[in-house]
Design a protein around this ligand. Structure first.
Ligand code: FPP
Length: 237
């Protein structure tokens, strides 16, 4: 099998440890993490992967020290301001998944601008999960369906997987077929719990800022070696 994933999801972990190992403040790890994300996006685009979804900030990340949260919000703003033109030129279609209303107003405005200006781009779909939590997403989807039932617009019998998936932030997008998590942690951390139901998992000890072409190649080779059965049995060749 020489298949590459169509949709790659990444939990970018290990920025803090990367910085601490160098005697640097944690924030420097996040800054280096942005560079790793930029090069991973470009590689995915060059290698014909249709979609990349990255976990940038979880609903749980608000509990980090205020300085770090502020730094991350400002970093997202700066990166968006600086990179928007390149995203447009490289035909990237960027979207932000999560509860965006809770983000600083300036960041919300930059997100709207980037989303609108890249919406018609024909290249890679780049989802940035920002203030994202999968359980919250499922609760909100359930509530939306319940409201439709209450208003008499939806028959409860008509609620199926498709109806629920249509209420998620990822509505209309194919599920990821490969999840990469860096820094060796073997957890999902409230990331795309519904969407990753059949994804292959690749955990690497590489810390996110060190994630490069070789690390991505390793993940893709690992994926190619898997037999994807979706709960069925392997077909005879
Ligand atoms: C996890 O490392 C990383 C984060 C919580 C932040 C990820 C954000 C980026 C890489 C920047 C992305 C930028 C844009 C514009 C999308 P950690 O801090 O949990 O590391 P640790 O586990 O070693 O402490």
């Amino acid at each position: 099998m020489s298949e590459k994933p169509h949709h790659l999801a990444i939990i970018m972990d290990g920025n803090g440890r990367w910085a601490e190992a160098r005697g640097l403040p944690r924030m420097m790890g996040h800054r280096a993490g942005v560079e790793a994300l930029k090069s991973t996006l470009r590689l995915c685009s060059d290698w014909g992967i249709a979609a990349l979804t990255a976990y940038a900030f979880s609903t749980e990340n608000w509990s980090r020290p205020g300085d770090e949260v502020n730094f991350l919000m400002t970093l997202f703003e700066r990166v968006l301001q600086k990179e928007l033109r390149t995203l447009e030129e490289e035909q990237v279609c960027i979207r932000f998944l999560g509860d965006l209303d809770a983000l600083p107003l300036k960041l919300q405005e930059l997100i709207s601008e980037a989303t609108e200006r890249t919406a018609a781009n024909a290249g890679i779909h780049f989802n940035v999960c920002t203030n994202y939590g999968s359980r919250q997403e499922l609760v909100q989807a359930t509530r939306a369906l319940a409201l439709q039932v209450q208003r008499g617009e939806l028959d409860p019998e008509a609620i199926d997987e498709r109806a629920l998936a249509a209420q998620l932030h990822t509505a209309g997008q194919p599920d990821p077929d490969l999840l990469i998590r860096t820094s060796g942690e073997q957890r999902l951390s409230n990331f795309l719990l519904w969407q990753l139901a059949y994804a292959e998992l690749h955990v690497t000890d590489v810390l996110w800022p060190d994630f490069d072409a070789a690390a991505l190649t390793n993940a893709l080779v690992d994926f190619q070696g898997r037999q994807r059965r979706f709960g069925g049995v392997q077909e005879e060749i």
